[in-house]
Ligand binder design. Structure first.
Ligand SMILES: Cc1ncc(COP(=O)(O)O)c(C=O)c1O
Length: 421
């Protein structure tokens, strides 16, 4: 489990120190050891005798104890340990072969037939479809809620049957609404539900899900932690009660991540803070520029002063990232395609959080159940100022390029959009 002393250091230091336990970096004949835990490619762990084998089998089945490759070895343990140390209040971290596997693994660990699963209506599409697909076939009842309507959520929790789990996502990774996590989590807890949050956008340096009332924090390490678009992995850092369930379920499902990928994720972790600071700064420069453009109806970037969700982001978050979206003013899908196709520095692709910038056409209206897109004007709310015709959005993942070059690229993209018919 995590080194508790590490919590007193600041984030840059913690990212450097995290998971580097002496016993995992020690090598024979080199008293100082090495910096990184070596990549342990090991399915079989050998025992010296039948008695030792029997003792291991009767052992405590904890991370950090050798047994057999499916339970991991020091490379995976070092990554899990590092993530646990970064998440305040976490007892342990379960690793999964993708972010989606982490979401499914969390649902399966806590839900029983007959349970209701309440999913935030701005959640990542597979978080929704796993609920309405796989989980429904297991007898779970998926329901969606508007994450910005606290009283509506309270009423939903007060009616109907047992709520097994609530899934939050803040900000939503398509439309970037920031919900009041502590308020929703408190209501969900009162209703006896497990509270899960997909925290991939902010990651462990930008938002602490457990200290804001959640039981488990899901992160697609594929994105910022990997940071180089070359690995797939997910993690859930959790309280002790949840962690034990996650681990039991993951073991029964045979979930294990490769040591090579764990080493890549650990490498990514060391520079996470630097990359996120740079991405955030560049994203803000691009977002400010976009917000001045006549072709843009709204910039959906909670880090931007005056943007929807900014007040809650400032209240609860300690960092941001390069992922945000903007909505075209009254343009159609063909105009949007002309813009995106003309971009030279932005790749067109799913995923985000890599060192390279990406652009993705997104149609939020296609993955909503109880909220509308464009959002209806909310009394006293701070939704984006959109008209009915402002439907088509582009999501940008800002990478490490110079923001001036990215802005110039977008400028020629807008010119191509307006030139073509
Ligand atoms: C918010 C969010 N959560 C989870 C995931 C799933 O991660 P993975 O692609 O590693 O399965 C994604 C992937 O795009 C995502 O955007």
């Amino acid at each position: 489990m995590a080194d508790r002393d590490a919590a007193k250091h600041r984030i840059g230091t913690r990212l450097v120190e995290a998971g580097r336990r002496r016993q995992w970096t020690k090598v024979p004949d080199l008293p100082g050891g090495v910096v990184n835990p070596p990549i342990w490619r090991a399915s079989t762990h050998l025992y010296e005798s039948c008695a030792a084998l029997k003792e291991a089998a009767a052992g405590s089945n904890e991370d950090g104890r050798f047994f057999y490759g499916r339970r991991g070895a020091p490379t995976q343990w070092a990554l899990a340990d590092a993530l646990t140390g970064l998440e305040e209040g976490a007892f342990g971290t379960m690793l999964y072969p993708s972010g989606v596997a982490a979401i499914t693994g969390s649902y399966l660990a806590v839900l029983k037939p007959g349970d209701r699963l309440l999913i935030s209506d701005n959640a990542y599409d597979p978080s929704r479809s796993i609920g309405t697909g796989l989980m429904k076939t297991f007898g779970v009842q998926p329901e969606f809620f508007d994450p910005l309507d606290i009283e509506g959520f309270r009423s939903l929790c007060a009616t109907g049957g047992r709520i097994g789990a609530v899934l939050l996502e803040a900000p939503g990774s398509l439309t970037f609404e920031v919900c009041d996590v502590p308020a929703l989590a408190a209501i969900a807890k009162d209703a006896g539900a497990w509270v899960l949050i997909d925290n991939t956008w902010a990651g462990p340096t930008g938002f602490s899900g457990l200290s804001h009332g959640c039981d488990g924090v899901i992160t697609a390490l594929t994105k910022h932690v990997g940071g180089h678009s070359d690995l797939m992995m997910g993690a859930v850092s959790a309280t002790e009660r949840l962690y034990r369930r996650l681990r039991r379920t993951a073991q029964q499902l045979g979930q294990v991540v490769s040591p090579d990928d764990a080493a890549l994720a650990l490498r990514g972790l060391r520079t996470l803070d630097l990359r996120l600071r740079r991405e955030t700064e560049s994203a803000l420069a691009v977002a400010r520029w976009l917000s001045e453009r006549a072709e843009v109806a709204a910039v959906l970037c909670p880090m931007l002063e005056g943007a929807p969700g900014h007040a809650l982001w400032k209240r609860d978050f300690t960092g941001g990232c390069g992922l945000f979206a903007f909505v075209l003013k009254g343009r159609d899908a063909a105009a949007r395609a002309r813009l995106v196709d003309a971009l030279r520095l932005f790749g067109i692709g799913y995923s985000w959080g890599g060192f390279e910038s990406l652009a993705l056409p997104v149609d939020p209206a296609t993955c909503r159940s109880v909220t509308s897109w464009p959002p209806a004007a909310r009394e006293g709310g701070d939704g984006p100022p959109l008209d009915e015709g402002d439907r088509f959005a582009i999501r940008l993942s800002i990478g490490l390029e110079d923001p001036a070059d990215l802005i110039a690229d977008l400028e020629q993209g807008f010119a191509a959009m307006e030139a073509g018919e």
